[in-house]
Ligand binder design. Sequence first.
Ligand SMILES: *Cc1c(COP(=O)(O)O)cnc(C)c1O
Length: 390
Amino acid sequence: MKKTHKENTRLAHIGLAADEYFGIVNPPIARASTILYPSLAAYEDPNHKYRYGRMGNPLSEKFEHAIAEIENGFNARTTASGLSAITLALMSVLKQGDHALIVDTLYPPGRDFCNQVMAKFGVEIEYYDPHIGADIENLVKDNTALIYLESPGSGTFEIQDVPAITKVARAKGIKTIIDNTYAAGLLFKPLDHGVDYSLQSATKYIGGHSDINMGVVVARTEDDFKILKSMATNRGDCASAEDLYLGLRGLRTLTLRLKQNAQNALKVATWLKDQDGIADVLYPALESSPDHALWKRDFSGANGVFSIILEQSAKDAVHKFVDALELFPIGSSWGGYESLLQPQYLNKYRTITPRPSGEGALLRLQVGLEDPDDLIDDLAQALKIFNQEK
Ligand SMILES: *Cc1c(COP(=O)(O)O)cnc(C)c1O
């Protein structure tokens, strides 16, 4: 695959190896823990290609190379979930006595890990405002070892000024990690903006069908990759052969699905923002979004997730609205082909940027590949019921 090929051409071909597998287009699922060695010399050779399933196999290698290529990194490691990609990246960079600056809008289970595990091992965790930009410099201490970013932020979709933050980090020798799940590695290229590690939950758009859990961390340089690989080996990180196969397959239609998800979401979000009963729509692709300009500067597109804030958080009204929806069942996660809704109870997860409304009124929508007119009709009938509760 030539680096000069455009992204869609590369997505259609990366990781294929028909010559290794009798002409079969997709590299087959290779279920393997034990891998046999032809001789003792091969066993003793540290460069022998595949040693043990968990430590790397043909499918994990192809998937990791593919993601590293998409994100313009050196190489990647896969993990069993997006959350374990977060914890792998954090543990690769941080050690006892370090100070870590973590964005306040971090994926909530990642925040639990910071507070409950990293803190226990002697890392000082400090959260910062996602809109801090270059002012992050004021929070840097002598022992600051990490700035962790997530853009847009989980649940509330704030866009961070990534280049402004990495400029400070670079000047001070601080490592940076970003959760790039929203962009699926395509819509934003953090490593090109000076980020050291880009991770994502492949569970979301790469899987795309709500049937796998997998994570991946890409390192920008060979040195950073060595540290990542060593930590992944120590932790025993690996992914299942089936999930790796489905992840690789998901790449083939990734841009197509993302484009349709985004088109549908923009139509639904644009309609929603003018409706009675809706206080706000948090979607950076909307021109009315306060972060729209920043999003437009750095992102090549949007995906299908955004949040709405209802005009009232009275429990009865919110329950009636959510339960009246037919095409937005309640479900954690996003990135699949089907629409979903998940209430966001974020108050206990925000210490720097409390969200703007009463707990219970913030709902995240994942707009799937259904016809957006049907989705709008469904939201309209549920809003009608909600508005009768005023
Ligand atoms: C879902 C998600 C994760 C975690 O992925 P899992 O595979 O569910 O562990 C991490 N980061 C973000 C932003 C997510 O939305």
